[in-house]
Design a protein around this ligand. Structure first.
Ligand code: G3P
Ligand code: CA
Length: 242
């Protein structure tokens, strides 16, 4: 699976329509998107808790209404060419792309947004995506992942694992395998042994934040099931060569 990290975020401002359109053009199979909630309860696609890094505004996402978020320029920080890109909402993105590509939906900081799992579940239902095999919901927050799985049992879910010096214990893998289809570790955790252990526990593995051609090739040699990459054209190139 060729999963475009925040869209084709190596070439266009992350989590914008420009980055998503480009990812499709570059033959991504899935768009990885970061979901948070506006003050008035709308699901919006933005990575950080605050808007500073990726827009011309400042302050917390959670303290702004959708109208306030939509006033921000989410592209100019990347380059002048993308000035006036807007923060997308999840329904806007589903309306445009749901028949064209899969979605790896990350619930970002779900503990800041009580009820976000239910809101996501209802949004998926309203777009008839609640049973789709082209939807995967993931988070670093295992409890949020479990809540989604309980609410929408037919949806595949994944647990994200940050880099740490201890790796992933066998007990943890067993625990996760009770509800998840995917374990998605930071690229620095990936070894042949870990890929094998994840597969042995009946799950798939798609490492995140991969940038280099060489790493893409070596991860496929280790047997990963997909790659979450800022440069979907590099992954597509590799898929074609195999
Ligand atoms: O898809 C996984 C990856 O996106 C997790 O890290 O910080 O890029 O959201 P981050
Ligand atoms: Ca993410």
């Amino acid at each position: 699976m060729n999963i475009a990290h925040r869209g084709a975020s190596g070439y266009a401002p992350e989590n914008t329509f420009a980055a998503y359109f480009l990812a499709l053009k570059m033959k991504a199979d899935y768009l990885e998107i970061d979901v948070q909630m506006s003050r008035d309860g709308e699901l919006v696609l933005i990575h950080d808790k605050t808007v500073e890094r990726t827009t011309d505004g400042n302050g917390l996402v959670s303290e702004k209404t959708l109208h306030e978020l939509k006033e921000l320029d989410a592209g100019g920080w990347f380059s002048g060419e993308f000035k006036n890109e807007r923060i997308p909402t999840l329904p806007e993105v589903f309306a445009t792309f749901r028949t064209k590509v899969g979605f790896l939906i990350e619930l970002k900081y779900p503990s800041l947004y009580p009820g976000i799992e239910e809101k996501l579940a209802r949004t998926l239902e309203s777009f008839r995506l609640a049973e789709s095999d082209k939807i995967i919901v993931q988070s670093f927050d295992e409890k949020a992942v479990q809540r989604i799985k309980k609410r929408l049992p037919k949806i595949s879910v994944g647990v994200l694992v940050k880099y740490n010096i201890w790796g992933i214990s066998s007990a943890k893998l067993k625990d996760i395998s009770a509800y998840a289809t995917y374990v998605n570790p930071n690229r620095r955790l990936i070894t042949k042994k870990l890929v094998k252990r994840i597969h042995k526990n009946g799950m798939k593995v798609t490492p995140y934040a991969v940038y280099r051609k060489k790493t893409i090739q070596s991860f496929y040699n280790l047997g990963v099931d997909g790659i979450i990459c800022d440069y979907p054209d590099l992954v597509a190139e590799n898929q074609k060569a195999r």
